[in-house]
Each structure stands twice: as structure tokens, then as C-alpha cells.
Design a protein around this ligand. Structure first.
Ligand code: PMP
Length: 396
């Protein structure tokens, strides 16, 4: 065990040594040639990681996932326009609240905890009246539910609506093919599967989404306005500096490093992303084998809807909300509950990004969870659970 605990919450996450080193450089000027080249390259890499086409525009601005969500809500939808939110938990509900504050006519398609709205229910909501945009959370971090964005993006197009996916707990960890699926906005934050410290709001907007902003009747607040940021991103992509609000130069540097690492995982960007998604999927299966051996069950109601980037697990009989601190006593930090309706009844373990390149750390995590359960008085076979995970990881 190293001298510091292993951070296995669903973001911020453990970052790679190269990204860590990149965050330690002397702060670059936003107009220095090296920074211009580096930021431009990071933006171009975002297109590759998002699997977006060249007409789609990447944005990297200071902020987080919440800011990226609010920017999407206010750039796509004007007051009075209709928006459909297919919610799978806390973050879908947050998006609905942002849209309500924007003055939109919001239709929430809810789901039971651990479940997702059916395509039929979303289709019905879209069919009822002309809708400007459909908003969906790719992985809702409060429930661990992952939706399949492909049919939802297609459904939105069928009904003449834009589609926006919150990928904060998914981007670069769960399969997403922005161009192939015809999705219009895919947004994230730097501290999750992208593998950076917190501080950057990241999104790619399709040509359709950019046109929708241009045609918007009521502009968004200036700091959230895609139109204010657009010339900046276009300038850096073209190898020129530009200013609207000072870019987070150190984080932009780290972004370049992190995305380069992701894209080095294959001979082509598409192959690298395939490999990256497969790594997340394989690792999640292995973690699940450990959880099952510990007698734990997942909050998502089906395997198909279970995220690969985190596990949301019900507390077993005998354990209570003190479990994360019992686990921390064994050197691994996991998260408690977030969804208000079940907050004290479950806990969450993140497994995304660089940590997946270190099977020993995944085994350490399963062991710590097992030991925490044992300390809580639950009868568990800790060695058996670690062995089950190791076997799936091919690390036995
Ligand atoms: N959406 C999802 C799915 C998230 O998991 C989070 C953060 N946990 C957010 C949005 C908000 O991101 P941030 O905390 O960076 O504002």
C-alpha cells in the first residue's frame, strides 16, 4: 500500500503520471506559441475522442460538468421552447431544473431508481408536441445507470429535435460515436474518465447544434454563450491565439497530455477508442465478479443498463452508511450515496481512467471493500472475492 489512499470515487479519479507531471509546469501564457500549438492540438484530439466530424466544434472552458450542462441548456433552448429530459437520476433531474430556470417548457420522462425510461416513453414525449431538444444522462453517477445513446439520438432526429448527452461520468469510458450516431452535444468534465484534475468543462457541439445557437431568440448569459467561446476555439484550432476569458492554461496543457495518452492506445483514433471502451468494459466485469462474490447487488436493475465507469451497490444487511469510512481505513476512498431517495442505502465505487491500467489497484479496491464489510460485521469471503476479480482480469 502506498503512503496515500487510493482514490476510487466516481471523480475526481487517480490520474496518470504524465498528466500529473503536466499539471506541474510553470503556468504558460495563453498567447505563447507553445501553448497555442498545445491547446489547438488538445481541441483537435477532443474531436477524435468524441468520434465527432470536422464540422463539429470542441469547447474547453474553465468550469465543470454543471457549467457544461447549463451552457447546453441555455444555448439549445430559449424561454418558451419545449425540452424533453429522459432522467435516470439526480443529474437528469438537475438538467430539468436548469431548463425550467431557463423558462423552457420541460417534459420530464422519469424512471424508477436503477432503471431508465423506455424508448417508447421518450418517443411518446417527443411526439406530443414540437420539441427543441432531448436531454439524456449517458451515465447517471447517482444510480450507476448507463443508457444506450444511439437509439435516443436517432429518436430525437426522427422527431426533429436536437439531442444532448451528459457524458460527465461516461466520456472516454463508455462507447460514444458522436458522428456515427448523429448526436448533437456530448459534454463532460475533466475529472472523470478523461483523467484530469477537476476544472475544465468540455463539450463538442454538432453543426446543427451550433446553428441552433445562432438562431436562438434569447441569448444565454455571456460566460455560458457558445457564440462567445466559439471564435476562441476556432482560433486555437487554426493555430492562432484569441481572447474572451483567460483559458485555464495549465489544465489545457494537461488535457493535451491526457488525450494524447488515450489516443496512443490504438493505431487509429477509432481503434484507440475501441480499446479504451473495451478496457472499461472488461474491468467493470471483473469488479462485478468481486462484488458478486462479496454478496453485493447493484442499483441498476439490469446488466445492460449498468455503467462500466462506476459501481453503485446496495449496502447489504448489517452494513450502514459508515461503510465508506470503514473501507477508507483499509486505504481506499469510495463514495457514499448521492441520490436523495436512497442516499443512506448504497455506496459507489469509481473504476475509470488510468487506474484500469493497474490491475493491482483494482484488486486492492475489492479487498478494501471486503475488509470494510467484514469490519461492519458482514460475513464475507474477502480472498474469494479478490480471486474472482483477479481471474476476470487475467491477473490471477
Ligand atoms: N453530470 C454527471 C453525470 C455527473 O456525474 C456530475 C458530477 N458528478 C455532473 C454532471 C456535474 O459535474 P461537476 O461536478 O463537474 O459540476
Amino acid at each position: 500500500m502506498s503512503d496515500r489512499p487510493l482514490l476510487m470515487i466516481p471523480g475526481p479519479i487517480e490520474i496518470s503520471p504524465a498528466v500529473q507531471a503536466a499539471t506541474g509546469i510553470a503556468p504558460p501564457s495563453h498567447v505563447s506559441p507553445a501553448f497555442i500549438e498545445g491547446f489547438g492540438s488538445a481541441l483537435a484530439s477532443m474531436r477524435a475522442v468524441w468520434q465527432a466530424d470536422d464540422r463539429a466544434l470542441p469547447f474547453a472552458v474553465p468550469g465543470g460538468g454543471t457549467l457544461a450542462m447549463e451552457a447546453a441548456a441555455t444555448n439549445l433552448v430559449a424561454p418558451g421552447e419545449r425540452a424533453v429530459v429522459a432522467s435516470t437520476g439526480y443529474f437528469g433531474d438537475r438538467m430539468a431544473e436548469m431548463l425550467r430556470r431557463r423558462g423552457a417548457d420541460v417534459v420530464l420522462v422519469p424512471s424508477a431508481i436503477g432503471d431508465a425510461p423506455t424508448l417508447a416513453a421518450v418517443g411518446q414525449a417527443l411526439a406530443t408536441a414540437p420539441t427543441k431538444a432531448l436531454f439524456v444522462t449517458h451515465v447517471d453517477t447517482s444510480t450507476g445507470v448507463c443508457v444506450d445513446p444511439a437509439p435516443l439520438a436517432a429518436l430525437a432526429r426522427e422527431h426533429g429535435a436536437l439531442s444532448c448527452f451528459d457524458g460527465v461520468c461516461a466520456t472516454a469510458g463508455e462507447t460514444f460515436d458522436m458522428a456515427g450516431w448523429g448526436a448533437d452535444v456530448y459534454l463532460t468534465a475533466s475529472q472523470k474518465a478523461i483523467g484530469l484534475p477537476a476544472g475544465l468543462a468540455l463539450w463538442v457541439a454538432s453543426e446543427r447544434a451550433l446553428a441552433a445557437r445562432e438562431a436562438l431568440s434569447v441569448p444565454p448569459p455571456l460566460t455560458l454563450d457558445w457564440q462567445a467561446w466559439r471564435p476562441i476555439m476556432e482560433a486555437y484550432l487554426a493555430g492562432k491565439p484569441s481572447y474572451f476569458s483567460t483559458p485555464p492554461t495549465t489544465l489545457a496543457w494537461a488535457l493535451r497530455t491526457g488525450l494524447d495518452e488515450i489516443l496512443a492506445g490504438g493505431a487509429t483514433p477509432a481503434a484507440a477508442m475501441q480499446a479504451r471502451f473495451a478496457l472499461h468494459s472488461r474491468s467493470a466485469e471483473a469488479m462485478r465478479a468481486g462484488w458478486t462474490a462479496l454478496g453485493l447487488t447493484a442499483v441498476p436493475v439490469t446488466r445492460q443498463q449498468t455503467a462500466h465507469t462506476l459501481s453503485a451497490l446496495w449496502l447489504p444487511d448489517g452494513a450502514d452508511a459508515s461503510l465508506p469510512s470503514r473501507i477508507a481505513a483499509h486505504g481506499v476512498i469510495v463514495a457514499g450515496g448521492l441520490h436523495p431517495e436512497i442516499r443512506t442505502r448504497y455506496f459507489r465505487v469509481g473504476h475509470m481512467g488510468d487506474v484500469l491500467n493497474h490491475p493491482d489497484r483494482l484488486l486492492t479496491t475489492v479487498r478494501a471493500v471486503g475488509l470494510g464489510l467484514r469490519d461492519a460485521g458482514v460475513t464475507v469471503d474477502v480472498d474469494g472475492a479478490v480471486a474472482a476479480t483477479a481471474e476476470r482480469l487475467g491477473a490471477a
